[in-house]
Design a protein around this ligand. Structure first.
Ligand code: AMP
Ligand code: DBH
Length: 567
């Protein structure tokens, strides 16, 4: 097998050859690329529906043809193998067509989320040297063209902005379909990087995750099998399509793998989603816990419309007992808990699992080749059943982030295990129960916020002397973020900090939900900011007097409606 081509030595950490051989011999890595996968499906059942989007219905043949023509269009723009293209589209059929077009060229989609703004998109463009940025004109009232103008001014590599809708001065998406014939390069090799996925991260800047065709298609194929997907599967893509969960667990790609039908859901609101479920006889969908709660509430009056739904997957953050127990009786479908990460490892509860595991665990790994260690602070395995940090290694878990040598040294053990930062307990059955985390992150209803990233933005404010972002408990989102701030200026207002962060182009879900102005931080014995003490302080304060939290405590935002939650 040819070595994975690299643009720079640090782009991609390959699996050691002896592991790669094992994964091939075990049949995990088959040498099939996503391009070959789609081509085969198109040949086998060209007329079956692949994607439904609004009133549009694309057959497999049409999806394949769209992808091929878009590949030519991107090639005419000068996109070649190894180029990065930042992809930020809402849930539309074109999202999948662009993915397959870029796969065909060996170019790398960078899976931005719809909520990302100048800070994130600019970072992705500069970090990857992206040549193109693909957007919709307007999404949820936000004009992505204005964002593109700002990003382009700050990103020297960015040559093209491709716009679905009114393109203004940019490249109209539809124009990619037309133009002189162009020779496409050879199809990608399965051991090459297919795309860059995003990590929720815990450090200053979001990390990028290089996934190969071999490793990702294995996780997709095995997920489709575990979840019993087949040609009759109708998958509602209700979470943002670029997220790893709805993309691959088994998600849109798993559905296309199985020859099923993907229904693109423009937003996860019950009125929109329930109508699509009824109209298209949806059998499977995936949600984060807070959205599941919203659906449960809405379903009280609308259950008959959900009759086709066989299974609801819940993941991205821990699904509380209360929500888990209500799914079957109130939605009339089975629950599957999914505990996954864009870095690789995905755990599912299984159909054959007893109810106590489906309700009370976050599932067990996809693969017998997934290696799981539960360790203490010294990386020693804890006693069976004890809580410890989850380390993992396997046929679809990366061995390093994209161009992040220094971070990789901390995020992986010397023998290649990924330090998930999650605290888990392993049951005798192999199922994992998520008990917390050690990474410096807030899991805001499935949307991950890296504390350090937000703290760095706060520290850029001239009146901020120091800042520490911690999680505070929230009945709806599970957690929200609270920024403890030491100011140089006692007149500084929470709203001014919120405006400041927004002006720096930070995605809305990363803006602190609350600010606590303090004179000093508690410290640990070694002199680090004691975040545990800060978490306890805010939790206690909320528990004691949630409504009136004191003069220095400023709730920064009203409760977002569930629709603000874009994962
Ligand atoms: P990321 O690395 O950004 O893809 O986020 C993955 C992280 O989300 C995991 O490491 C967990 O911290 C969290 N997560 C995902 N699914 C679950 C779940 N079902 N229960 C608890 N935490 C979860
Ligand atoms: O949270 C996640 O990143 C996640 C959750 C469920 C994920 O990546 C996945 C399944 O594949």
């Amino acid at each position: 097998m040819s070595p994975v081509p690299r643009r720079a030595p640090a782009d991609f950490t390959p699996w050691p050859e002896h592991d790669a051989r094992r994964y091939r011999e075990a049949g995990c890595w088959t040498g099939e690329s996503f391009t070959a996968m789609l081509r085969e499906r198109v040949q086998r059942h060209p007329d079956r529906t692949a994607v439904v989007c609004g009133t549009r219905r694309w057959s497999y043949a049409r999806l394949g043809e769209r992808a091929e023509r878009l590949a030519a269009g991107f090639a005419r723009l000068g996109i070649v193998a190894g180029d990065a293209v930042v992809l930020q589209l809402p849930n539309v059929a074109e999202f999948l067509a662009v993915c397959f077009a870029l796969f065909r060229l060996g170019a790398w989609p960078v899976f931005a989320q719809p909520a990302h703004r100048r800070a994130e998109i600019g970072h992705f463009c500069r970090h990857t040297g992206a040549k193109a940025y693909v957007i919709a004109d307007l999404d949820g009232g936000f004009d992505h063209r204005e964002l593109a103008r700002q990003v382009q001014a700050e990103s020297p590599s960015l040559q093209h902005v491709v716009v679905l809708g009114e393109a203004a001065e940019f490249v109209p998406f539809e124009s990619l379909y037309e133009g002189p014939a162009v020779a496409l390069p050879p199809e990608p090799q399965a051991d090459q990087v297919a795309f860059l996925q995003l990590s929720g991260g815990s450090t200053g800047l979001p990390k990028l995750i290089p996934r190969t065709h071999d490793d990702y298609l294995y996780s997709v194929r095995a997920s489709a099998e575990i979840c019993g997907l087949d040609a009759g599967t109708v998958y509602l893509c209700a979470l943002p399509a670029a997220h790893n969960f709805p993309m691959s667990s088994p998600g849109t790609l798993g559905t296309l793998y199985a020859g099923g039908q993907v229904v693109m859901c423009p937003k996860p609101a019950p009125d929109v989603a329930f109508a699509l479920i009824a109209e298209h006889r949806v059998t499977l969908t995936a949600l984060v816990p807070p959205l599941a709660l919203v659906w449960l509430e809405a379903a009280r009056s609308r259950r008959p419309a959900l009759a086709s739904l066989r299974m609801l997957q819940i993941g991205g953050a821990k699904c509380g007992d209360e929500v888990a127990r209500r799914v079957q009786p109130e939605l009339g479908c089975r629950l599957q808990q999914v505990f996954g990460m864009a870095e690789g490892l995905v755990n599912y509860t299984r159909d054959e699992d007893p109810p106590e595991l489906v309700l009370g665990s976050q599932g067990r790994p996809i693969s017998p080749l997934d290696e799981i260690l539960v360790v203490d602070e010294e990386d020693r395995e804890v006693a069976p059943g004890e809580v410890g940090q989850l380390l993992t290694r396997g046929p679809y878990t990366i061995r390093g982030y994209y161009q992040a040598d220094e971070h990789n040294a901390r995020a992986f053990t010397s023998d290649g295990y990924y330090r998930t930062g999650d605290l888990v307990r392993r049951l005798p059955s192999g199922h994992l129960v998520v008990e917390g985390r050690v990474k410096d992150q807030i899991n805001r209803g499935g949307e991950k916020v890296a504390a350090e990233e937000v703290e760095n933005h706060l520290l850029a404010h001239p009146a901020v002397f120091d800042a520490a972002l911690v999680a505070m408990p929230d009945p709806y989102l599970g957690e929200r973020s609270c920024a403890f701030v030491i100011t140089r200026d006692s007149t500084l207002k929470a709203s001014a900090l919120g405006d400041f962060l927004r002006a720096r182009g930070l995605a809305a879900y990363k803006l602190p939900d609350r600010y606590e102005f303090v004179e000093r931080f508690p410290h640990t014995a070694v002199g680090k900011v004691n975040k545990r003490a800060l978490r306890e302080r805010i939790a206690q304060r909320l528990g004691a007097a949630p409504a009136a939290a004191g003069a220095d405590a400023v709730p920064a935002r009203d409760l977002p409606t569930p629709l603000d939650l874009s994962l």
